[in-house]
Unconditional design. Structure first.
Length: 141
């Protein structure tokens, strides 16, 4: 399969992953008394940093939206690399392998900390990025 298509498939996977992640974490509501207690504590326990007042829930939402931003940028980068891979494979260079390495680290973290759906999306994106990087290397040779 051409690296162009692999990068485009990865871009679509990242967009779907970002949408699912964002919807999932923003809509999540605990269904056990212990979960409700943690959720309430995250919203009700305040702390100050400088003059600003924060809750753990704000940090949770901020980190979650940061992950969404990363995934959307990853989609953009994958799509951009698809164009470069087709017309100027030498320009992709080590960026393709670096992108693969970062996604591989995300896959490992998903396997340690998350459940099947993020692991599947992360695995598919990692496979596409690694395969595309290897195809680009062949095209340059």
């Amino acid at each position: 399969m051409k690296s162009t298509w692999l990068y485009r498939i990865a871009a679509v996977l990242f967009i779907l992953f970002a949408l699912g992640h964002t919807f999932g974490f923003l809509q999540f509501r605990p269904d056990t008394p212990e979960g409700v207690a943690v959720h309430d504590a995250m919203n009700n326990v305040h702390f100050k940093i400088g003059n600003a007042d924060f809750t753990y829930a704000k940090f949770y939402i901020g980190f979650g939206l940061s992950v969404t931003a990363y995934m959307l940028f990853s989609a953009f980068l994958a799509w951009y690399l698809s164009g470069l891979a087709g017309k100027h494979p030498k320009a992709v260079g080590s960026l393709g392998w670096g992108f693969f390495a970062v996604q591989l680290a995300c896959l490992i973290l998903s396997c340690i900390y998350f459940f099947a759906v993020p692991i599947i999306f992360s695995s598919l994106a990692t496979i596409c990025l690694g395969w595309a990087a290897s195809q680009v290397k062949r095209a340059r040779a």
